[in-house]
Design a protein around this ligand. Sequence first.
Ligand code: ATP
Ligand code: ATP
Ligand code: MG
Ligand code: MG
Lengths: 227, 227
Amino acid sequence: LITVRHLSKTYHMGDVEVHALRGVSLEIARGEFAAIMGASGSGKSTFMNIVGCLDVPSKGEYLLDGVDIGKLDRDQLAGIRNEKIGFVFQGFNLLSRTSALENVELPMFYKNVSNAYRRDHAMEALKIVGLEDRWHHLPNQLSGGQQQRVAIARALVNDPSIILADEPTGNLDSRTSVEVMDIFQQLNEKGITVVLVTHEPDIAEYTKRNIIFKDGKIRKDTHVERS
Amino acid sequence: LITVRHLSKTYHMGDVEVHALRGVSLEIARGEFAAIMGASGSGKSTFMNIVGCLDVPSKGEYLLDGVDIGKLDRDQLAGIRNEKIGFVFQGFNLLSRTSALENVELPMFYKNVSNAYRRDHAMEALKIVGLEDRWHHLPNQLSGGQQQRVAIARALVNDPSIILADEPTGNLDSRTSVEVMDIFQQLNEKGITVVLVTHEPDIAEYTKRNIIFKDGKIRKDTHVERS
Ligand SMILES: Nc1ncnc2c1ncn2[C@@H]1O[C@H](COP(=O)(O)OP(=O)(O)OP(=O)(O)O)[C@@H](O)[C@H]1O
Ligand SMILES: Nc1ncnc2c1ncn2[C@@H]1O[C@H](COP(=O)(O)OP(=O)(O)OP(=O)(O)O)[C@@H](O)[C@H]1O
Ligand SMILES: [Mg+2]
Ligand SMILES: [Mg+2]
């Protein structure tokens, strides 16, 4: 489903170059449940942004479902982002002047659906993360963990086939983390491919594959057998 | 040092009321090292914002070093915030259009010091968190964990007597988390009072007191004996 070959990303800042990714190659099959781990600054978010079609590599190839992403134009990329991929950002990236409900509805505005459908579907997603009675709150009227859950609900609302989640439990207490991981596990059991970045081994335990990044490369890639 | 009595905070949103804090009373002595834990939405950040003089309670008292904070005017509050307290925000709260160095320098602009002193002192703080060669980067040119470390450096730069840190390791891998907790431990050994919010038991292990919040109240308060 996801194939990357020699993926590299260099940021240029004046005369300084930051080599965020230095040749990453791997394949993630449909229906996998993988955790990406690694030190701060090792390239995890940069990798996720490229796989999520939010950024382009400096070198290398990325094929999604056999399609060469590097050959697509902006509209085609936006289409894939909205149809196939649900993305939970490390910093949540909620719109600060709109309610939790409107934030969750946002990915559905590209679809040809009624307002009622959009609202009901968004409320469903908020219910899944336990926030339906906060639908009218603005992000700054929500706790850190509540904002993170709104970001998770938004990633689920278009029924994506791939979920990319960058530190989805970083602001959640253990009980809410378990609830969120149960959600991801249930989605994975329905066939959805889930890739999440985490630095917590307890969270990685839920997954069946651990990919470790170090200095912009893959250091270790372990498939875990679970009974 | 920190005394709160019957601290309450209610948010009014139209005709809905959110009782974020429902009568919190406790004392934190000078030089303590405490962890605040509790479920998402249980009132931890609200409590920290009041103790950090960033917000006012709806009811109750807050005495800092014997001074009734409720009786101070805005300038006096700002003075205390800048002189006595170093605050690490759950969402980092970095200025997006200024460099890491300038973000760390910010608390020193209220002081009557030279530009050179300010810059050198800020570089020192960045060095402590391992980011001195990123001083010129903007926040969106830094990874999540790097942004968190800039927020930590900013909290240290005015040599505060109290550090309040809201989820300071939420975006950090285990090695960087250990480095940050070592920093807090060293500061505490020098006599600085450290109160941090965390949902990770491994982080709470570094502290000598665990305060558990539930539904806007203190559920449990345990002093830990360490050999
Ligand atoms: N400005 C606000 N307006 C309305 N409600 C708010 C506001 N800020 C916080 N709240 C609500 O107050 C309650 C406590 O929030 P708080 O941020 O203190 O929780 P928390 O314990 O820090 O949670 P987390 O672990 O998720 O960060 C939550 O229900 C939250 O939605
Ligand atoms: N827009 C940018 N411009 C310049 N450098 C960048 C930019 N974005 C990221 N970087 C740098 O690229 C490297 C990798 O960043 P990335 O965000 O992928 O790390 P990460 O593994 O997600 O870290 P964390 O665990 O701290 O979130 C870091 O050194 C970071 O400073
Ligand atoms: Mg990251
Ligand atoms: Mg909080």
